[in-house]
Design a protein around this ligand. Structure first.
Ligand code: GEM
Ligand code: CA
Ligand code: ZN
Ligand code: CA
Length: 541
């Protein structure tokens, strides 16, 4: 924010409560005076801007974009050196998808208060402000938030305020409008009049679109910076992890390691606030919800908090607790939320000694999403078919398996010609070399503070293969110098696909930012060549 804007925001924050013209006050719906402890939209904006004005070194306020009705969806970044995008693990917290869930905005404002007033005095807060970049979105659905207050005194409204074509029924359930398995599984409605209407298409709501674009903007050098996320809802006193679209605990689109980590992190948070931790579909099936999308698309450890109160008998008792409850019921979540912000540094560390299965060294890539791999980065590839991709491979067979349909972790790997085709030789590597280059990987200055490069792999070939065929892993030094650190050559025999393990020292590149290049070649005469890698890691020692 510019100095002028900061000054204006400060002035607005100071002046607004005293001097709102009568007409404006009448136009802006508010909570009844008996519940004035809650913030309506303008009061929320004033409080966020006042925090930025009071703590300009650690708080930056911005809008991620506008709602259907043109209201800004306000966010704050909280970190030391807040104007700089530092290489610190990022955490995202959002509130008020659902209009009537007003306690969630109070929770988001409480987090902003903890992180600002505690900075420099509370050691945990100070450490987390310094070592993390925490983003808070205070009300994803400002139109609904306002509309809910136009009732007598409330409307118990849930959705946004976007009209639907061909009907007078208004609104989309924002938490059914995300683009992963949207509408797949009976966990949303296709009827515009329903409270769980999923919208006309995935991300048809401006509010989910701008959220999607903000999260996408946090991918730097192919890596999603946000590691952990909480979406605040009411109510039920629950902590939910993905997936919502299925009751299966560990479906193919989740690794068993991530599932164990979700359960561990969920229970650790619940032990701190007395909530119940469970898979979100244990409550009921949802499709197109936010945490499914965040995990499936970016592997963010994403949780839904269902705040106070526990399940009640009516929508009114569920959603409108007295404002006297706000301080205790938001303070209750302090250690749970600060715990997750801390764990964002290395979510797998929650597994304790088991954390070595994944670790948080310079590289951990289970290939379940594309973390910055670029095909033919040098522009010199010659292969015409069977190019590398991060994919769910089909199995192929020719005198035994040549491409495995199973991976080491989850359902994807780095594979040549992932599809099967009409025969095993349809999508194998042909015509030369295909390469794929990693994101930049920064190795610590001391070679003793990181382990070797390890990965699982196979090279499969038919009997017409020769030493002209190969799978290679190459380290590209900071100055671009390539070094082959792993090589398996073809030979004139039938070699089936089977996952093997490799380990190579990278001590020679200590202190450098390197790239890995994976290369597969069908050289010389045409032969059946397939290759794959999975679970590529550079651990801590
Ligand atoms: C929930 S929050 C989503 C939780 N996911 C599943 N599968 N239960 C919703 O959106 O319906 C409750 C709420 O609205 O707060
Ligand atoms: Ca920082
Ligand atoms: Zn909700
Ligand atoms: Ca995998």
């Amino acid at each position: 924010m510019s100095l002028l804007a900061t000054a204006l925001a400060l002035a607005a924050a100071l002046v607004a409560p005293l001097a709102v013209p009568a007409a404006a006050a009448a136009a802006e719906p508010d909570f009844p005076s008996s519940m004035s402890g809650y913030h309506n939209y303008p009061e929320m904006v004033a409080e966020i801007q006042a925090a930025a004005a009071s703590y300009p070194d650690i708080v930056q306020v911005f809008s991620i974009g506008k709602s259907y009705g043109g209201r800004d969806i306000w966010a704050a970044k909280i970190s030391d050196n807040v104007a700089t995008d530092e290489a610190e693990p990022e955490v995202l917290i959002d509130a008020l998808h659902h209009a009537r869930e007003h306690l969630t905005t109070e929770q988001a404002l409480a987090i902003l208060r903890w992180m600002t007033t505690g900075y420099g005095s509370d050691t945990t807060v100070t450490r987390l402000v310094n070592a993390r970049e925490t983003f808070i979105i205070f009300a994803l659905n400002p139109d609904g938030m306002r509309y809910d207050l136009t009732g007598d005194p409330f409307r118990a409204w849930r959705k946004n305020r976007q009209p639907n074509a061909g009907t007078t029924a208004v609104g989309t359930d924002l938490n059914r409008n995300y683009g992963y398995r949207w509408g797949c599984c009976g966990g949303s409605s296709g009827k515009p009049s329903a409270t769980t209407y999923r919208g006309a298409t995935p991300f048809s709501a401006p509010e989910t679109q701008v959220f999607r674009d903000f999260v996408k903007s946090r991918v730097i050098d192919g890596i999603q910076q946000i590691r952990a996320h909480i979406t605040l809802h009411t109510n039920g006193e629950l902590i939910l992890w993905p997936y919502g679209y299925t009751k299966t605990n560990v479906p193919a689109d989740m690794t068993s390691l991530d599932h164990t980590t979700f359960v561990t992190l969920g229970r650790a948070q619940a032990s701190r606030n007395g909530y119940t931790a469970q898979q979100s579909s244990d409550l009921y099936i949802t499709d197109g919800d936010q945490i499914d999308w965040l995990y499936a698309t970016y592997r963010i450890f994403s949780f839904t908090y269902e705040l106070y109160p526990s399940e009640q008998s009516t929508v009114w008792k569920d959603h409108y607790p007295d404002d006297s409850k706000i301080p205790a019921q938001t303070a209750r979540n302090r250690t749970a939320i600060l715990y997750l912000i801390n764990q964002a540094g290395c979510p797998y560390a929650a597994l304790g000694s088991d954390a070595r299965r994944a670790d948080c060294g310079p590289l951990f890539d289970d290939l379940e999403i594309n973390r910055g791999w670029v095909r033919n980065a040098a522009g010199t590839d010659t292969a015409t078919r069977g190019l590398w991709s991060v994919s769910n491979p089909a199995s192929t067979s020719s005198n035994g398996p040549k491409q495995l349909g199973t991976t080491v972790s989850g359902s994807r790997a780095l594979v040549t010609g992932a599809r099967a085709g009409t025969s095993a030789s349809t999508n194998d590597v042909d015509g030369g070399t295909t390469t794929v280059r990693s994101r930049p990987i920064t190795l610590p200055a001391s070679a003793t503070s990181y382990g070797p490069l390890t990965f699982r792999y196979y090279l499969a070939h038919g009997v017409t293969s020769s030493r002209d065929d190969a799978l290679r892993v190459i380290v590209e030094a900071q100055d671009g110098t390539p070094t082959v650190v792993f090589q398996e050559l073809g030979a004139a025999n039938d070699d089936d696909a089977a996952w093997a393990s490799a380990s190579r020292s990278l001590a020679a590149w200590a202190g450098q930012t390197i790239h890995l290049v994976v290369e597969a070649t069908d050289g010389g005469r045409d032969s059946l060549v397939e290759a794959a890698l999975d679970d590529i890691r550079i651990r801590r020692p």
